[in-house]
Write a protein that binds this ligand. Structure first.
Ligand code: 5AD
Ligand code: SF4
Length: 464
């Protein structure tokens, strides 16, 4: 895999524009970064922020005062795209107030040609686009926009790994570490392989150095990211795989939790589960998207596993780690999903018993095989199935959380709860959300909580 190092020249060149701005206005220009979508996008935005800072911008939470707005978009479902476009539309008045404002639309949405055309044609106040595989080229793109005063909408997909991109992390105790990019699976409903390109893995030494540095700087919860982390390293001559990487990272000294997302059931290996079971730092949580409980639907989704294979890996996991929390993703209303197929999904739900489920209504994505399949399911049927799925999951989640009552668990405190005044929240190794009264515990501190109440989506308790 070809690796590129970011060049410092374009950083320095844009920095000169920021310095000129500072001479004129008495302060450096501000940059506002808005993120839609998954953790991978959150991690990408931390790179956009890092690059902006290196170019002399000061980060702001307020788009009104920004000279540079970067919108990092998601394309996984229709709703994500319409939301991003509507927000971009709201920035029109900012550009009218400040013609010098530069607006860049980045990420998965703009890797699609029809969206690039739409932005170019109907959003004249957008200055440039930048796809996911070329995010590290932000300084060059911005430099051309600033120096030529022209809009730039060309897409240049690159199948490379960019190392050395500056990162401004949002948190000083939870960190995201991308270990691989892209996806080769082409599940028939999914846009990701088209917008994030082919699978490519970072060198183990680079990942290990990054995680060691994070642990040394006091990070307590580190999540390894990839569209399919189980195929990390595929194609390497030395056979080094994700389980090897996880074992090497687990050997790092310190008090921290190691997580990873997302796994594909066809690639999740017993070797990986053995490494987890023997790990010191690896969180007792496995996110294993099922997508459907019907073998027919799984086949048409091109998932390349069936119910039996899924249960085999799940049972092995629970045999080796009886305390493991398993979470999953399910799509309802995939084209051709019959009542019987949906019943199969419900029966898998009762058999698999997920601690938490992310349920989605199928959303056709232009250019994917499923979007042109016959027998698209009417919205009313999709909604009814969605509601039944949620109801079934709620009682399962509650029954899995109830045994925590009376137990003491170790929780990483995330600070004040966003919903309950006077409460703090945090997460434990199983990634359960835990609420407890504000006793002065600090964000980023591990605390011991005795659980006194369980709900389907959270645990409640007090610090001991
Ligand atoms: N429609 C609905 N849900 C989707 N997902 C991926 N593509 C689609 C789509 N077209 C879901 C899958 C995946 C999760 C991140 O998003 O369940 O695991
Ligand atoms: Fe999409 Fe499937 Fe790749 Fe996941 S594994 S990103 S669902 S194509």
């Amino acid at each position: 895999m070809s690796q590129v190092q970011v060049s410092s020249e374009s950083f320095a060149a844009v920095r000169r524009y920021s310095e000129a701005f500072c001479r004129e206005h008495g302060e450096y220009p501000r940059c506002f970064v808005l993120t839609f979508g998954c953790q991978q996008n959150v991690a990408d935005s931390e790179k956009l922020s890092g690059m902006a800072e290196q170019m002399g911008y000061v980060l702001t939470e307020n788009p009104e005062e920004a000279s540079l707005i970067l919108v990092n978009t998601c394309a996984i479902r229709e709703h994500a795209e319409t939301k991003a476009l509507s927000i971009v539309g709201q920035y029109k008045h900012l550009k009218e107030k400040n013609p010098e404002l530069v607006i860049g639309v980045c990420g998965c949405m703009v890797a699609q040609e029809h969206r690039r055309e739409q932005l170019k044609r109907s959003y004249p106040y957008v200055s440039f686009i930048l796809g996911t595989s070329v995010l590290h080229r932000l300084p060059e793109r911005l430099l051309r926009v600033l120096s030529e005063r022209k809009r730039r909408f060309e897409n240049a997909e690159e199948c490379v790994i960019a190392e050395g991109v500056p990162i401004t992390r949002e948190s000083d105790y939870r960190a995201w570490v991308s270990i691989m990019y892209g996806c080769n699976n082409f599940c028939s409903y999914c846009i990701v392989p088209y917008v994030r390109g082919r699978e490519r893995s970072r060198e183990p030494a680079d990942v290990i150095a990054e995680v060691k540095d994070l642990v040394a700087r006091g990070y307590k919860d580190i999540t390894l990211l990839g569209q399919n982390v189980n195929s990390y390293g595929k194609g390497r001559e030395d056979g080094y795989d994700f389980a090897d990487l996880l074992a090497d990272l687990d050997a790092i000294e310190g008090d921290f939790l190691l997580r990873f997302m997302t796994s594909h059931p066809k690639d999740a290996s017993k070797k990986l589960i053995d490494v987890m079971a023997n790990g010191k730092h690896i969180a007792r949580h496995f996110h294993l998207p099922l997508q459907s409980g019907s073998n027919d639907v799984l086949l048409r989704m091109n998932r390349r596993y069936d119910r039996a294979r899924y249960l085999e890996i799940l049972d092995y996991m629970r045999e080796k780690m009886p305390d493991i929390a398993v979470t999953s993703d399910i799509i309802v209303g995939f084209p051709g999903e019959s009542d019987a197929d949906f019943e199969d999904t419900l029966s898998m739900l009762s058999r698999a018993r997920f601690d938490m489920l992310f349920s989605f209504i199928y959303s056709p994505r232009k250019g994917t095989p499923a979007a042109v399949m016959e027998d698209q399911i009417p919205r009313a049927v999709q909604n009814a199935r969605f509601d039944r799925l949620l109801a079934a999951q709620e009682s399962i989640a509650l029954s899995l959380n109830e045994p925590f009552v009376g137990k003491r668990i170790r929780v990483l405190c995330d600070g004040p709860s966003k919903t309950d005044a006077g409460m703090l929240s945090g997460r434990n190794s199983e990634n359960k959300i835990v609420f407890f009264p504000d006793d002065g515990s600090k964000q980023g501190e591990f605390v011991e909580i005795e659980i006194d109440r369980a709900a389907p989506f959270a645990l409640y308790g007090k610090r001991v």
